[in-house]
Unconditional design. Structure first.
Length: 189
């Protein structure tokens, strides 16, 4: 049984999508949802699906408590699904090539500190880009600089608002994120 540990900071639409995708899979399970936001809607998702959840603060993350909790669960893959904090080097080094993130743009453009969610979509709209997309990548010591695993693009020439871009990007995320996770965990199937 392959085990996925999810990290999220907000509403959790990708978390919900991933849980739904794997709910009837006998070879892959969701072992936990960790969040840095005690008000995150992702906690309701965890409760609804009876998935273990953990709320932590920056001290917990940076001083080893979160790493201890990860080690107890022994995940095969740690998935950052809308998690906004940088993963500490200790966790990245303990789980090399086992932590992935999804970014709402075609990296290396529109990545780095502060480039998340609507900030990305607003900047892309302001720059009059004709397309955007998603990048699923491994997590390393730097924001959005890990090796790319998968990218998909979408035309946004007719988008007038960042919310329209966000909706198109969410469609890509929901279509490709679970499939990419599955390929990483079961490469020979």
């Amino acid at each position: 049984m392959k085990k996925i540990l999810l990290f999220a900071s907000g509403a959790g639409s990708n978390v919900e999508n991933i849980i739904q995708y794997f709910k009837n899979n006998d070879n892959i399970s969701i072992v936990g949802i960790f969040t840095n936001n005690q008000h995150a809607k992702v906690l309701d998702i965890a409760k609804h699906h009876k998935v273990f959840s953990l709320i932590f603060n920056r001290v917990d993350l940076n001083e080893g408590f979160v790493l201890e909790q990860i080690n107890k669960l022994q995940p095969d893959l740690i998935v950052l699904a809308g998690f906004l904090w940088k993963m500490p080097d200790a966790i990245v080094h303990r789980y090399p090539n086992k932590i992935i993130n999804i970014h709402p743009a075609l990296l290396p453009e529109y990545g780095g500190k502060g480039m998340y969610g609507m900030n990305v979509h607003k900047t892309i709209l302001e720059n009059k880009e004709k397309e955007t997309g998603i990048t699923i990548h491994y997590v390393n010591e730097h924001y959005d600089e890990g090796e790319f695993i998968f990218q998909a693009s979408v035309n946004i020439e007719n988008c007038q608002a960042p919310e329209e871009i966000a909706a198109k990007v969410h469609e890509l995320e929901h279509e490709h994120f679970p499939k990419t996770i599955e390929k990483l965990l079961t490469p020979n199937s």
